[in-house]
Write a protein that binds this ligand. Structure first.
Ligand code: AP5
Ligand code: MG
Length: 215
């Protein structure tokens, strides 16, 4: 399965990608996670990307296209992959099409997670992420077994730098302006399925599996 998870900040892309990875045995490719790791490592790419990420803007297309083009060539992508947070602009989507055709691959499905704005803000405000293994939690909807520490590895739970209210608002605006046009882009290709992302995490997972079976 070669899948794209599309949806605004906080829609549940990362949460659902981790579950799809388990169920289907294919890797999650999250450009956000890759960029955050580069920021932590203070690599030249990370230092450049941090400015854009802290402001809630998009990192330049050529940087993220390069990351994904390289990642898709790894052996673990042979049976499929879940793209989480990529593509985010029409030029990124065009570049993905080009890369996949060079690899003789094509997408099976683009799942668009639909969530109300109010719920997105609540999800982002309550999100906590493990600083060690990257697992995501929510203080109310998906709490860790023990306050402040990861239920998987015991690592410290932290709040993402870009989950501040002003940055969240900018990320939402950037999504509407630059990423939402991809819904039509993939609808016209017959690849898009909209999934109601408002239910509980398990209910959304079931809806995604149903959509994938139909695609
Ligand atoms: P990225 O990391 O991709 O952030 P995002 O798209 O803003 O999305 P999030 O990770 O915030 O949300 P999510 O949909 O994964 O939700 P989650 O599952 O965590 O990108 C960050 C930045 O990197 C960008 O702003 C940009 O600067 C840069 N970047 C990345 N990719 C780029 C690209 N392609 N081009 C250019 N720049 C790029 O869920 C959120 C919370 O809700 C969690 O706490 C979770 O537990 C909870 N939750 C999940 N599902 C449910 C549910 N059904 N009910 C209740 N709670 C739920
Ligand atoms: Mg995410």
């Amino acid at each position: 399965m070669k899948i794209i998870l599309l949806g605004p900040p906080g829609a549940g892309k990362g949460t659902q990608a981790a579950m799809l990875m388990e169920t289907h045995g294919i890797p999650q490719i999250s450009t956000g996670d890759i960029l955050r790791a580069a920021v932590r490592d203070q690599s030249p790419m990370g230092i450049k990307a941090k400015e854009y990420m802290d402001a809630g803007g998009l990192v330049p297309d050529e940087v993220v296209i390069g990351i994904v083009a390289e990642r898709l060539q790894h052996a673990d992508c042979a049976q499929g992959f879940i793209l989480d947070g990529f593509p985010r602009t029409v030029p990124q989507a065009d570049a993905l099409q080009q890369v996949l055709s060079e690899l003789n691959k094509s997408l099976n499905a683009v799942i668009s997670l639909e969530v109300d704005t109010e719920a997105l803000v609540e999800r982002l405000a309550g999100r906590r992420t493990c600083s060690s293994c990257g697992r995501g939690f929510h203080l109310k909807y998906d709490p860790p077994a023990e306050d402040g520490s990861c239920s998987s590895c015991g690592g410290n739970l932290i709040q993402r730098d870009d989950d501040q209210e002003a940055t969240i608002r900018n990320r939402m605006q950037v999504y509407q302006q630059q990423t939402a046009p991809l819904e039509d882009y993939y609808r016209e290709q017959g690849l898009l399925t909209a999934v109601d992302g408002m239910g509980e995490i398990d209910a959304v997972q079931r809806a995604i599996e149903t959509a994938l079976q139909a695609s």
